[in-house]
Design a binder for this molecule. Structure first.
Ligand SMILES: Cc1cc2nc3c(=O)[nH]c(=O)nc-3n(C[C@H](O)[C@H](O)[C@H](O)COP(=O)(O)OP(=O)(O)OC[C@H]3O[C@@H](n4cnc5c(N)ncnc54)[C@H](O)[C@@H]3O)c2cc1C
Length: 639
């Protein structure tokens, strides 16, 4: 049955799930407010030597395992990760990278978890997706953050060792909009004990929930042992209701795997359509309270999103190597192709982007380990920016490789060439812009955080509700805030040509960020003044604000990271500064273009044109071309 939900209701559900409080300082939040707090990310926290030793040991084990036991071509050919590979990953502890040692995991730092994902991801993206779905969003992370001590003691040792987990949120009618969730968890007082694996089965309980629903696209969903399921508890007496998270053995009676989905890329992933029919879940398996499910999902993703940046970094660093080797060796028109300007530009873009992405990841991951900052904006920017930029990097790599970029690795091998899987990586990387928050949704999510302070100061005015007195009060409150805030945006350190001199030739980029951060805040303010409550519908404008913020964070992180390299690996200092400058120049150019387009664009005309397309005004344009898609509904009925 389709759920009828208005736009307002969807917004309310998303808003209720939002983490409203800011307990720790946030570089990203301040950046959008025009307050460039370099001190929050510089100097970068030092790596803990114990964590480094443990991390390096694991990376060595992992690399040996990948080299000896994994054949990426076989995964691609069979569209399957062999059982022996999954068993091998279990054996080296890869399933428990993020689980604390007291619950049987390795307890790697965020920095080393990312490094491991980057390495695995380059070997074969499906391996990385398995591991990341298992522990960035699967059972471990929600329980680590929200589980009771009992739940942690029961489930974490299993998922840390040899029980694969999955996260079941999406449904045929629920993609970006969880308010449409149709899976229902009906409270029941007494039911028999659920039947599951002997080692996972719950102790007898009185009461719990009966879950019914159909879940789509669950990664690991055809091989999982334990899953987190999101379902809506109806509101009733004694039940707060709302979207709720449950952890349960996957072989509980009533669970059926209906289909293994196949995709453009990620050919080895085990992704399911899963039906739940009268699945009994004991109350003790509920994670946190009823109605906390979405908040859990969103908070889990706060650092979980860094996994996608790790994948982006791995891919971009590998792209640098492949592009370098190929552009040196391939000679056309009398010169190695890398010496032709058009290809040289791409090489510079690929290498500079790899450095910038690595910088953003390193800065964010060290902050995550250090736990002194709130990094939800930085992690979200990493997901958005990393998935978008690395996609362009791989696209340019494919162009540099020419026809060989488009040829499959197996075909290259069959005719005696090195099986470089650029074609595969291009297919594999595309989905990063869609899952774990599509780029469009990330824009909205980050924009919401960027305007949060304004909503708190002037929300009542912006929304235009209330009577005359309420409006007058709201105006006074807003006046107090803006009277103090706006003048601060007029001048700053970035105007002083000597500021940030300790960063040498990179100082100019920090001065730029300081100035641009104030300009970004002013632009946000103008946008609010111009569109007021309608600003939330100006997605292109908001998207550009977010993209500018992302470029500014990227530049800041790059300068800071180059400085860290200079201190931690002095022999690489000069090269690091060169790469940082290369990246900063490109990022600054993009930010400047975005600033310009904030006010010089054809957004309104294009929106109107899109409505014409939707209404069918131009269907004659589609005539004369067959549609090979065949028959069937665009969305299968839910029942
Ligand atoms: C390979 C793969 C693995 C996955 N793994 C999992 C998993 O393990 N667990 C799980 O629960 N889910 C999983 N998903 C689901 C994934 O998270 C969703 O695909 C994603 O949330 C987007 O939803 P959708 O595809 O239904 O797109 P839709 O929500 O239908 O969106 C369609 C388009 O509209 C845009 N859009 C939607 N709403 C808005 C808006 N308000 N404003 C502007 N633009 C909007 C979207 O960005 C997109 O471009 C997976 C998907 C894939 C493809």
């Amino acid at each position: 049955m389709a759920t009828n939900v208005t736009e307002q209701e969807s917004r309310e559900v998303a808003e209720a799930a939002r983490e409203a409080e800011w307990k720790l300082p946030s570089f990203g939040k301040q950046l959008f407010l025009g307050d460039f707090r370099l001190d929050l990310i510089h100097p970068q926290p030092r790596l803990d030597p114990e964590a480094v030793e443990k991390g390096e040991r694991f990376i060595a084990d992992l690399s040996t395992f990948l080299e000896k036991e994994v054949d990426p071509l076989q995964i691609e050919r069979d569209s399957k990760i062999p059982d022996s590979v999954i068993d091998g990953l279990k054996k080296i502890g890869a399933l428990g990278m993020k689980v604390y040692p007291e619950y049987g995991g390795l307890g790697l730092s965020q920095v080393y978890y990312n490094k491991a994902l980057a390495i695995v991801g380059v070997y074969h993206s499906s391996l990385c997706t398995l591991l990341s779905a298992h522990q960035s969003i699967g059972v471990a992370e929600p329980l680590r953050q929200f589980g009771s001590e009992e739940q942690k003691r029961k489930w974490l040792p299993m998922v840390a060792k040899d029980h694969v987990s999955a996260f079941l949120l999406t449904e045929p009618d629920v993609g970006s909009d969880p308010a449409r969730m149709a899976s229902i968890a009906t409270p029941v007082d007494e039911l028999p004990v659920a039947k599951g694996y002997d080692d996972i089965v719950a102790t007898p309980v009185n009461g719990g929930y009966e879950v019914d629903g159909r879940k789509l696209w669950a990664t690991n969903g055809t091989i999982a042992d334990i899953v987190v399921v999101m379902a809506k508890v109806p509101k009733s007496e004694g039940h707060r209701g709302g979207i709720t998270a449950f952890v349960l053995p996957y072989n509980t009676e009533g669970i059926t795997i209906e289909h293994r989905n196949q995709f453009m890329g990620l050919h080895g992933i085990e992704n399911s359509v899963t039906r739940l029919e009268k699945v009994f879940v004991p109350a003790e398996n509920r994670i946190a309270r009823e109605g906390d499910g979405l908040r859990i999902a969103l908070t889990t993703l706060n650092t979980g999103r860094l996994a996608l940046m790790a994948i982006a970094v791995g891919a971009s660093k590998w792209a640098t190597k492949i592009a370098r080797q190929w552009a040196n060796e391939r000679v056309q028109w009398g010169r190695p192709v890398g010496k032709h300007d058009a290809v040289a530009q791409k090489l510079a873009f690929i290498a500079g982007s790899a450095f910038g992405l690595e910088a953003m990841l390193d800065v964010s991951a060290r902050l995550a380990d250090n736990k002194a900052n709130d990094i939800r904006i930085e992690a979200a920017l990493c997901k958005l920016y990393g998935s978008e930029l690395s996609w362009k990097v791989i696209d340019e790599l494919l162009q540099v490789r020419g026809g060989r970029g488009y040829e499959t690795a197996a075909s290259l091998k069959a005719r005696g060439e090195k099986p470089v899987p650029v074609e595969q990586l291009m297919r594999d990387m595309r989905v990063n812009r869609i899952f774990e928050g599509s780029s469009e949704i990330m824009h909205l999510l980050i924009a919401r955080e960027a305007v949060d302070t304004h909503l708190q100061a002037a929300g009542d005015l912006l929304l235009g509700s209330g009577d005359f007195k309420q409006k007058a009060d709201a105006a006074r409150k807003a006046g107090l805030f803006y009277g103090k805030w706006l003048p601060q945006l007029a001048v700053g350190k970035g105007q002083n040509p000597r500021s940030y001199d300790e960063f040498g030739q990179l100082a100019a980029y920090l001065r730029y960020v300081e100035r641009a951060s104030r300009k970004l805040a002013r632009s946000t303010f103008y946008g609010m003044g111009r569109w007021q409550a309608k600003l939330e519908n100006k997605q292109s404008f908001l998207g550009r604000l977010v993209d500018i913020g992302a470029e500014l964070f990227a530049i800041s992180a790059t300068v800071v990271y180059a400085d860290t390299i200079g201190r931690e690996q002095p022999e690489r200092k000069t090269e690091a500064i060169e790469l940082a400058e290369l990246f900063c120049k490109m990022a600054k150019r993009r930010a400047d273009a975005l600033f310009h387009e904030l006010w010089a664009n054809d957004d309104d005309e294009r929106y109107a044109a899109a409505q014409n397309v939707l209404s069918g005004r131009y269907t004659w344009l589609e005539e004369g071309i067959p549609d090979p898609s065949g028959e069937g509904p665009l969305m299968a009925p839910l029942t």
